[in-house]
Ligand binder design. Structure first.
Ligand SMILES: [Zn+2]
Length: 346
C-alpha cells in the first residue's frame, strides 16, 4: 500500500514537471519498436572482428590504455579487457557488457567510451589519475555473432543473428556460481580475482514495452537483492545507482526507473559480484534487444542512437563521480525512491 502511494506521488511529479507532456512528437525515449513495421537490420552493429581491430588500434594509440586477452570463447574468440590503471591504489570500476549476446548497444556504448577516454582532453586525463577503469566488452562474443551450436532460424533480424546464450547454450548471467562456461571463468579468474574492483555496472537490455502508466522507460536499474550482501556494499551500490541516475536524467530524453523483477538469485552478476568479491554493483537494463525470436523484445535499429548514448553516459557519470569523490556523498534515497517500471505488453 505504502509503495503504491509513493509510486503515485512520483507519477504526479513526473507529469507536472515534465516538458514531455506537451511534446507533440515522440520523444527519443519513446522511439519506435518493431511492431512489425520495420525490418530489423543488424548490419550496422559492430562485429566481433571489428571490435577486436578497434581495441588493438586504440591500445596502440592511447598511452593510458592497456589491452589484455583474458581468455577465449567456446568458439575460440579472444575475450578482451581494456584497462586504465594509473595507480592500483585508486578506486576501480568495472564495466561489463553483452553477457547476453543479443544485448548489443551496451558494447557500442563501451566502444564509444573507450574512444572518448583516448581524447587529449585535460579533464579526461585528470579523471584517469583518480579512478581505474576496467572495461570488458562483448563477453559473449559467440552469441553476439550468432556463432552457436543450436539453431537461430526463428530469430527476427535480417543478416547476422544475435542470441542471449553462449555457443553451448549457457546463459552466462546464470553461471556466476558454477562458472561452467569459459567466458564466465575468464571474467572471474582474469579480472574479478585479479583486480581489486570496488564498483561495477553490469550492462543489459530488457524488452521494449516496460513502462510507467503508459510512458515507456529507456532503461531500468537494480542494486543487489540477495539478503546476504554486506550492508555497506548494498549502500554503496545504491550510491552508484544514484550517480548513474543523476548523470543521465538531466538529458531530458531518458526515463529510468527500477527494474521490476528483483531477484536474490546468487548466480546473476548483480548479486554474485557483491557476494563473492564485495563489489558494489548494479544492473543497468537498456530498452529493447537487437535480435530475438520474441518480437516484443526487439527494438529495431531506429532507436539505437539514444540507447548507445545512455550506456555511454552511465559509464561517464559513474567514473567521474568516483574520480572526484562525489559518489561518497551521493544520496541513496534518490535510487530508493524510484518506482518500479511495469511490463505492459500483452
Ligand atoms: Zn541481459
Amino acid at each position: 500500500m505504502k509503495k503504491k502511494m509513493l509510486a503515485l506521488s512520483i507519477a504526479t511529479t513526473l507529469v507536472s514537471g515534465s516538458a514531455l507532456a506537451i511534446t507533440p512528437v515522440h520523444a527519443a525515449g519513446n522511439g519506435p519498436d518493431v511492431k512489425g513495421n520495420e525490418t530489423v537490420q543488424t548490419a550496422m552493429l559492430t562485429t566481433y572482428d571489428e571490435m577486436a581491430d578497434f581495441l588493438k588500434k586504440e591500445d596502440a594509440r592511447q598511452d593510458a590504455m592497456q589491452l589484455e586477452v583474458i581468455g577465449q570463447s567456446v568458439k575460440g574468440r579472444d575475450l578482451y579487457l581494456a584497462k586504465y590503471i594509473t595507480n592500483p591504489e585508486n578506486p576501480t570500476i568495472l564495466f561489463l557488457t553483452q553477457q547476453h549476446g543479443n544485448e548489443a548497444m551496451t558494447t557500442e556504448g563501451a566502444l564509444d567510451y573507450i574512444k572518448y577516454l583516448g581524447s587529449d582532453s585535460r579533464k579526461i586525463q585528470d579523471m584517469l589519475k583518480k579512478v581505474n577503469i576496467l572495461i570488458v566488452p562483448m563477453l559473449n562474443a559467440d552469441g553476439a555473432m550468432g556463432d552457436v551450436n543450436f539453431p537461430l532460424d526463428d530469430y527476427m533480424a535480417s543478416g547476422r543473428h544475435l542470441t542471449r546464450y553462449n555457443a553451448d547454450r549457457i546463459d552466462l548471467n546464470r553461471d556466476h556460481v558454477n562458472k561452467a562456461a569459459p567466458e564466465t571463468r575468464a571474467l572471474h579468474e582474469m579480472v574479478l580475482s585479479k583486480y581489486k574492483v570496488d564498483y561495477m555496472i553490469d550492462f543489459h537490455h530488457q524488452g521494449t514495452q516496460e513502462d510507467y502508466y503508459g510512458k515507456l522507460t529507456t532503461g531500468s536499474i537494480l542494486t543487489p537483492q540477495n539478503p546476504d550482501v554486506d550492508p555497506q556494499v548494498a549502500l554503496n551500490s545504491k550510491k552508484l545507482a544514484t550517480m548513474l541516475y543523476q548523470g543521465i536524467e538531466p538529458t531530458g530524453w531518458s526515463f529510468i526507473l527500477k527494474y521490476d523483477e528483483p531477484s536474490p538469485n546468487p548466480n546473476v552478476a548483480s548479486n554474485a559480484m557483491a557476494l563473492q568479491y564485495g563489489i558494489s554493483v548494479m544492473l543497468f537494463e537498456m530498452r529493447g534487444m537487437a535480435d530475438h525470436s520474441y518480437e516484443p523484445y526487439v527494438l529495431g535499429q531506429k532507436s539505437n542512437g539514444y540507447i548507445i548514448k545512455q550506456a555511454f553516459l552511465a559509464m561517464d557519470s559513474t567514473a567521474k563521480a568516483i574520480a572526484d569523490g562525489t559518489i561518497k556523498t551521493a544520496d541513496p534515497a534518490v535510487y530508493d525512491k524510484l518506482p518500479e517500471q511495469h511490463y505492459s505488453y500483452e
